[in-house]
Structures are given as C-alpha cells and as structure tokens.
Design a binder for this molecule. Structure first.
Ligand code: GH3
Ligand code: MG
Ligand code: MG
Ligand code: MG
Length: 311
C-alpha cells in the first residue's frame, strides 16, 4: 500500500488543522466521529440543525458531516439554508444517514451536498471521503487567496480592490454612508530603483505595503496594491476628515520606516504622496469618478512638493 500524504503535504501553507463539523442528534454518532477525526481535524459538534447554523455563522467549518433525520429541522433543510446564503461560508456538506433510498440520495445532491454516506458507517471509508473533499476545499481556498493577493507584497491586489469598490459602493448607496479612497504613490521611486537596484526596490515596496496596511485596520478597510508603486486604500463609512487622518498617518508611517533614499529630492529617505477623495455613493457619480478625484489630488500633492496629502 502506498503511504498517504498528510493534509499539510497536500496543501502548501496549511498551518492549522481543518475544521470538521459533525451534526447529529445522536451523541453516540458524534462521539464515534470525534474518535475518527480528532487527530487530523479540529472537530466541532452540533446536535441540532439550529445549533449547526448558528455555529457556521460565527466560525464556518471546512467540511460538514450532516445527519438527515433530526427533530425540529432535518438535514435537508439545514443544507438548503447553508447553500442559500454566502453568509455561512462555502464548504462541502456530506450527508451521513440511515436512509438509503435512491431518491433521498438524489435529493441530497440536488441540495448541493458533495457526498452521501450510509449508516452504519465504515470508519476508514468515511475518513477517506472526508479527506478527499476537504482537500479540494482547502486547495480551492488557497487558489482563491492567490487570485486576490499581490504576489510581491502580499496585500490584496487590484482585482480585489475593484470587487470591493463595487460592493462598498452599493452598500454606501443603500445605507447612505460616505465612501473614501486614498491613492498613495511612492516619491521618486524610479530613482530609487536606478540607484539601489530592483531587488532593493522590491524590498522597499514590501515594507511600504506593510506600513500602509497597518494604518487601515478596521474590518472593512482595505489597502491594496493598485499597480507599480501605487497603492489604494478603500475606507467604507468614512468621511473626508476621517480619511484625511488616515492618509496623514500613512505618510508619517512611511517616513518612520526611514528607508534611505539619497536620490530623493524631498528628503534623504523614502516618502509617499497621497490624494484623498470622498463621496456619498449615488447614481449621479461612479466609482471611476471617485478614483479620478483622488488621482487629481495625488497629482496636486506631487505638484506641491510630495511627501504630503491633498484632498
Ligand atoms: P514620482 O515621485 O513622480 O511618483 O516619481 P516616480 O519615479 O516614483 O514615478 P515613475 O512613474 O516615473 O516611476 C515609477 C517607478 O516604479 C518605475 C519602476 O521602476 C518602479 N516600479 C514599479 N513597480 C515596481 C516593482 O514591482 N518593483 C520595483 N522594484 N520597482 C517598481
Ligand atoms: Mg438523526
Ligand atoms: Mg506612479
Ligand atoms: Mg511614484
């Protein structure tokens, strides 16, 4: 028999145990599953559909084993609710049930389940199937995270920013909340690269990205790489005053890094300039208008001598 790879070997970068939620009204079943999986998984247990849904909201699992027959809410209903809203997260659901009617099995797949296991269970088989499904889930999580992050700096990329902008624009319109953006551009970065080399340039970009990210810490804030040596910060529910404060903190944070830049015409260290714009999202403007306004202000910061903010 060939040796089985561990989940950590299958999924690069996996630093935690995958989370498995077992939903069954019979505690004996939960205990059996716990025994089977406790070594490789962090096992969560729910004895009713209602409890399972609540737990998914606070901490979605990576995979769920779901009983069909339960009092109050059956497994089919739980699955239907889970798959009807993104708020529960996306993870594979495997039904584990004493019902072995073909139509029941078909119904499970129609509701979005990935597998159907009959009771009494065969532990080795349950283990193998859970492993196969959770591997696909974790690999797709990893791909999704690659797709939205910038390879060099690790901060979210332009694609992520564009999606967030659309999302927050709509949210701002619904809730009548202001939306602010800050565009940040490194000063005299061409000269930095020319003098210190591209590798040092890349290192500087990483440090700047980290320093800027540290200044945008509310859950909805996002600091993304916009392109080249430009970053963009999206600040939902933030007015111009609030955005100005954060932008100034960003400019100061980069100064504090004190990255030597002997060729800069502003200071002897690396600096950034920022442009700020704020709008109450509506049908009269577009997200592009907001970005154009921030870009205009950035241009103004550059014109006024750099290492500053404009709004
Ligand atoms: P300004 O103060 O007006 O913004 O001048 P600048 O030199 O920063 O602007 P310019 O647009 O002339 O040059 C930007 C430079 O940023 C050019 C390029 O060498 C550098 N750059 C862009 N992306 C990267 C990157 O991923 N790595 C490195 N090392 N350099 C980059
Ligand atoms: Mg049951
Ligand atoms: Mg630029
Ligand atoms: Mg620049």
């Amino acid at each position: 028999m060939t040796s089985t790879k561990t989940l950590q070997q299958l999924i690069p970068g996996l630093t935690r145990k995958p989370r498995l939620m077992v939903v069954d009204d019979q505690t004996v079943m939960i205990r059996i599953m716990h025994e089977i999986f406790k070594e490789d998984f962090e096992v969560f247990m729910a004895t009713s559909g209602k409890q399972a849904l609540e737990m998914c909201l606070s901490q979605p699992p990576d995979i769920m084993l779901l009983d069909v027959m339960m009092p109050d809410m059956d497994g089919y209903e739980v699955c239907q609710i889970l798959k009807s809203s993104s708020q529960y997260g996306e993870f594979p659901v495997i039904f584990v049930t004493a019902q072995n009617d073909t139509l029941d099995e078909v119904k499970a797949f129609e509701l979005g389940a990935v597998d159907f296991i009959n009771k009494p269970i065969k532990p080795v088989l349950v283990k193998a199937r859970v492993r196969a499904h959770v591997t696909v889930k974790l690999q797709s999580d990893l791909l999704r995270s690659y797709a939205i992050s910038d390879g060099l700096t690790g901060v979210p990329n332009r694609r992520y920013f564009d999606d967030q902008m659309q999302l927050q624009w709509r949210q701002g319109m619904r809730e009548k909340r202001p939306l602010s953006v800050i565009l940040i551009d490194i000063d005299f970065f061409k000269q930095y690269n020319d003098h210190y080399g591209h590798i040092a340039g890349d290192d500087a970009l990483k440090s700047v990205a980290k320093a800027l990210s540290d200044m945008a810490k509310r859950p909805l804030d996002s600091l993304c790489r916009y392109g080249g040596e430009e970053f963009v910060c999206l600040l939902p529910a933030t007015d111009l005053k609030g955005a100005e404060l954060i932008a100034q903190r960003m400019v100061d944070a980069v100064q504090t890094l004190a990255i030597e830049h002997s060729q800069s015409q502003v200071a002897k260290h690396l600096t950034v300039s920022a442009g700020i714009a704020c709008v109450l999202p509506s049908h009269q403007f577009s997200a592009e208008d907001l970005l154009a306004a921030a870009d205009k202000q950035l241009y103004s910061s550059k014109g006024q001598g750099r290492n500053r903010i404009s709004c």
